[in-house]
Design a protein around this ligand. Structure first.
Ligand code: ADP
Ligand code: MG
Length: 153
């Protein structure tokens, strides 16, 4: 999709929202080549904007519930009632020591289903378990305090 620069958290949320809407518009989103879930790997340092992006992403998917920072929650599920997608799983791998820990949460099964969206913060820590076709989104701090660079592959 490209490289974006944002200058406020509101702008980053809007990018998340736009990405969600784009995914919903696609017929067989992005992953025509893979059989399983649509996986987003959100990478980047603390405070780079991954969770902020997710707030917009949830909004774009029509999820009403507010999300607090999931730093202390490994995985949460949101029900989606879309034509194609039925669940969004939001994971935070910050505290994961071994990729395999995610399988204890049932991620193996979750990744098999094409009606799931799986968004993983700190995905660089669990590279091993990311399926082929994972869509990588990298967040970086910019020069100014509220500047961020978001790269969407
Ligand atoms: P992460 O999940 O990557 O650790 P968060 O989204 O939780 O990051 O935190 C980003 C922090 O930076 C928030 O406090 C947010 O208000 C602030 N912020 C400032 N400018 C931006 C921006 N352009 N995009 C996203 N967050 C920003
Ligand atoms: Mg976060």
């Amino acid at each position: 999709m490209g490289v974006f620069r944002t200058y406020s958290s509101a702008e980053t949320k809007r990018i998340g929202e736009a990405v969600a809407k784009k995914i919903l518009r696609e017929k067989r989103p992005v992953f025509a080549k893979t059989q399983g879930a649509l996986v987003l790997a959100l990478e980047g340092d603390l405070g780079a904007g991954k969770t902020t992006f997710m707030q917009g992403f949830l909004k774009g998917l029509g999820v009403k519930k507010r999300t607090a920072s999931p730093t202390f929650i490994l995985m949460r599920r949101f029900r989606l009632r879309k034509k194609y997608f039925k669940n969004l799983y939001h994971l935070d791998a910050y505290r994961i020591k071994k990729s395999e820990e995610l399988f204890h949460l049932g991620l193996g099964e979750i990744l098999l289903h094409p009606q799931n969206i799986v968004a993983i913060e700190w995905a660089e820590r669990v590279k091993k378990i990311l399926p082929r076709g994972t869509k990588k989104i990298t967040f970086m701090h910019g020069k100014k305090e509220e500047e961020r660079k978001i790269m969407i592959k």
